[in-house]
Design a protein around this ligand. Structure first.
Ligand code: C2E
Ligand code: CA
Ligand code: CA
Length: 609
């Protein structure tokens, strides 16, 4: 061929050179690829990320991490297995959807979280990433699997903690609200009615107070287990804290069903609880409300059930109250009293009255109890029983109590200046449990306590604080410490309503108590009921043996006074000697020191106002 003959020899040389060069470049590239491939394999051997390659659905390659992920679950190795066989049955469909088909170079944007079957029938939570690749001459899907089991478990634990009560494992308020919401949404479809029960164990505080919180917690955990066992699986039992349990039920017939559920709740709680070898029995107060339509707010249902529960407590505990309009009205009343009381404190509508305390032996005035009254511009005088419990519930009691204490101390300073020489007076102020557990109490008392008079006269007016038994039986270090510090300030501690609370007397020795006040309920029948008489006699003797002063309250008749004098009760207080009096009236009594003995009952300026 002419062309070949004519060929420039240098050109042929160049061509030859190009081919050689190409060959060597190719070889170098192949070597580099080989190295890269080798490195990739080494990397895939060493990495802790599980890597698979699938052709269609079959595993064609799996690195060591992938093999160890499954361990004994796939003893014969992974290659040749269909991936779906390793996926949790519930996740198979999703996994297949997600994988679909990927052309080489294509990637799945979103990771897929699924469960794989791990060793020993455990599930592995993994996140998958997928890329389309070309490998061994076929198009494959390369999968990267990250084991997130630990993370998922941690998340699940957190999630669980977020929605459950840690003590009992029951759903908490948040989860309960969600369940109510779901039940309400189902209402139209299911034709069922949604009922919320709010239960509170009666007198549960006694366990906490007398045996401590650990024991209290045990009772609550046991109560939770019993409630769950006693109710139907479809019902939700939740704990809202303290001894408050709530139950959500979907019911068909109204009253019959409500009664049946309440009975189940009460039965679950009625067996005695064995705590530290002591048996405790509780009744429960239950309030219930039913959703009338599916648009009610779950929060409102709970609020109404709680209001009905309060009503059950007020009406004597251990009973069921169904929420109705009257209950709503009372709840509103309470709210109104609460806000009116805040205002009353700001606007100076509160007064402190003083009730005389008289020596049984001499008939002379020896002390006074400060009792708060509310002079409402519209409703007139309001007695403490209708607002102190509310103040305690809403926390107002701290500032209210502070105010009474301050007011009484101002009065004490005035009387200190007026008392004839040689006479003393004991001024008692009531202290609620919240105040006793308020860390600032001792400092406040120190601030308001009247200074000893400067002219060297011995102190004549003494401050006493009255606390009820149940407040004290919470035998914590803190209570003992607070009482010790009050004692060091010269404040005397008295036990109020003695005999109505807890029956252990050991706290009388543990705390610096200087007097007890026998509750009115024992004094009431003193002159007619021999049982009352024996109880009061025993109490007086016991108190005297412990070196305590005994006061009897609620003395209304001379006959009661006679008995009290005969059994050597120290002091009496009651309508017989006078109702709580405004400070001006009390001042005249103090100046003379004489309380006209055995008067026909005075008219209460409060009651008659
Ligand atoms: P309490 O401490 O047991 O006070 C005695 C209550 O019995 C007073 O009721 C008093 O007026 C009443 N009383 C006195 N003598 C007789 C009597 O002969 N017969 C009858 N039937 N009752 C008598 P009051 O003033 O209505 O106070 C009721 C409760 O309110 C008090 O019971 C006390 O627990 C609480 N309270 C009153 N003022 C305060 C206060 O300033 N702070 C706190 N935390 N509670 C207070
Ligand atoms: Ca009292
Ligand atoms: Ca009392």
């Amino acid at each position: 061929m002419a062309g070949q003959v004519d060929k420039d020899p240098r050109a042929a040389e160049r061509e030859q050179f190009d081919v050689d060069e190409l060959r060597s470049r190719l070889a170098a590239t192949e070597a580099a690829l080989d190295r890269a491939h080798h490195r990739a394999r080494r990397a895939s051997d060493l990495t802790r990320t599980a890597i698979f390659e699938l052709h269609r659905e079959e595993i064609r390659f799996a690195n060591p991490a992938a093999r160890s992920l499954f361990g004994s679950a796939v003893p014969d190795g992974l290659v040749g297995t269909a991936l779906v066989d390793l996926v949790h049955p519930d996740d198979r469909f999703r996994a297949a959807e997600w994988l679909g088909s990927l052309t080489p170079g294509e990637a799945r944007e979103e990771a897929l979280a699924i469960r794989l079957l791990g060793p020993e029938e455990q599930h592995l939570n993994v996140e998958l990433l997928a890329f389309g690749i070309e490998s061994a001459g076929e198009s494959r899907v390369q999968l990267f699997a990250y084991d997130v089991t630990e993370r998922t478990q941690a998340e699940e634990t957190l999630n669980y903690q977020y929605l459950h009560d840690s003590l009992t494992g029951l759903p908490n308020r948040l989860l309960f609200l969600d369940r109510v919401r779901q039940a309400l949404a189902r209402m139209a479809r299911s034709g069922m009615r949604v009922a919320v029960f709010f239960c509170d164990l009666d007198r549960f505080q006694i366990v906490n107070d007398s045996l401590g919180h650990t024991m209290g917690d045990r009772v609550l955990a046991a109560a939770a287990t019993r409630l769950q066992a006693g109710l139907r699986p479809a019902d939700t039992v939740a704990r809202f804290g303290g001894d408050e349990f709530v139950v959500l039920c979907e019911i068909t017939r109204e009253t019959g069903d409500i009664a049946a559920v309440a009975k189940r709740i009460l039965r679950a709680l009625s067996e005695p609880f064995d705590v530290d070898d002591q048996l405790f029995t509780f009744s429960a107060s239950i309030g219930v409300t039913m959703a009338t339509n599916r648009l009610v707010e779950p929060e409102d249902l709970i609020r109404d059930a709680a209001a009905a529960m309060s009503q059950a407590k007020a009406r004597g505990k251990g009973r069921l109250e169904i929420f109705d309009e009257a209950t709503r009205a009372r709840a509103v009343d309470r709210l109104q009293i609460e806000s009116a009381l805040r205002l009353a404190m700001e606007q100076g509508e509160l007064r402190v009255y003083y009730q005389p305390m008289v020596s049984c032996a001499t008939g002379r005035l020896v002390g006074a109890e400060a009792l708060v009254r509310w002079q409402h511009p519209v409703h007139g005088f309001i007695l403490p029983d209708s607002f102190i419990p509310i103040a305690e519930d809403c926390g107002l009691i701290i500032s209210l109590g502070d105010w009474v204490l301050e007011e009484a101390c101002k009065q004490a300073a005035l009387w200190e200046g007026q008392l004839p020489e040689g006479r003393t007076l004991h001024l008692s102020v009531n202290l609620s449990a919240h105040q006793l557990h308020d860390p600032e109490l001792v400092d406040r008392v120190r601030q308001v306590l009247p200074p000893r008079l400067a002219d060297g006269k011995a102190r004549q007016v003494f401050l006493g604080l009255e606390v009820t038994e149940t407040t004290l039986v919470r035998d914590t270090e803190q209570t003992a410490d607070v009482l010790e510090r009050l004692d060091q300030l010269g404040v005397r501690i008295g036990i109020d309503d003695f005999g109505t609370g807890y029956s252990s007397l050991s706290y009388l020795k543990r705390f610096p108590v200087s007097s007890i006040k026998i509750d009115q309920s024992f004094v009431a029948g003193l002159d007619v009921d021999p049982d009352d008489r024996s109880i009061v006699t025993a109490v007086v003797q016991l108190a005297h043996n412990l070196g305590l002063t005994v006061v009897a309250e609620g003395v209304e008749r001379p006959e009661q006074l006679e008995v009290l004098a005969a059994i050597h009760c120290d002091e009496v207080q009651g309508y017989l000697y006078g109702r709580p009096l405004p400070p001006e009236v009390m001042t005249t009594l103090i100046l003379t020191g004489e309380v006209p003995a055995v008067l026909p009952p005075l008219r209460d300026p409060v009651a008659s106002a």
